[in-house]
Design a protein around this ligand. Sequence first.
Ligand code: 5GP
Ligand code: MG
Ligand code: MG
Length: 179
Amino acid sequence: MNQFIHDKEFEPFVSESKIQERVKVLGAQITQDFQGKKLVLLGILKGSYMFLSDLCRAIELPLEISFLRISSYEGTQTTGEVKQVAGFHDDLSGKTVIIVEDIVDTGISMDYLLKEIKKYQPADVKIATFLYKPDAFRFKYSLDYVGFEIPNKFVVGYGLDYNDLGRNLPELYQLVNSQ
Ligand code: 5GP
Ligand code: MG
Ligand code: MG
């Protein structure tokens, strides 16, 4: 069924069962890849909360869960955004950190996060993202665990919002073209 959120219409794109199936596969891969490591899942708020919640239950290893919120501001520079990490005090030193994101679009946010998180001296940093838009991506770093590669179209649901609504939808929707 299509969803009407604010002024826009969204159509079903990836079903709840397909998402759950894929997240279990990612969890099994992570379980295999990080035996014996001090593992931290670092969720980026707000969008990653639902993905992280399912992913952590699909990983059969001891792990810590941490969250970080980045805020973006309209910068005074012409080049664009300034991002800031707000109130993060967890100990990442010597640990394997998997950054858990809802979506990597241009990759600007993740590029910023990779640089910031390295300041906390982790043993290793990996990336798990529920969605990836390869046509929008502008960087060279590799994404270690990707749920779904999607076209360059706006999506909502499964943690992702449109102007603060739509995060609680258990499946993914995409914007209807004509809007
Ligand atoms: P970036 O361009 O830095 O990779 O992505 C920045 C942020 O834009 C993402 O973390 C996400 O919050 C938002 N974003 C990018 N594409 C979409 C999309 O299709 N839907 C929603 N809801 N948010 C998106
Ligand atoms: Mg995000
Ligand atoms: Mg958003």
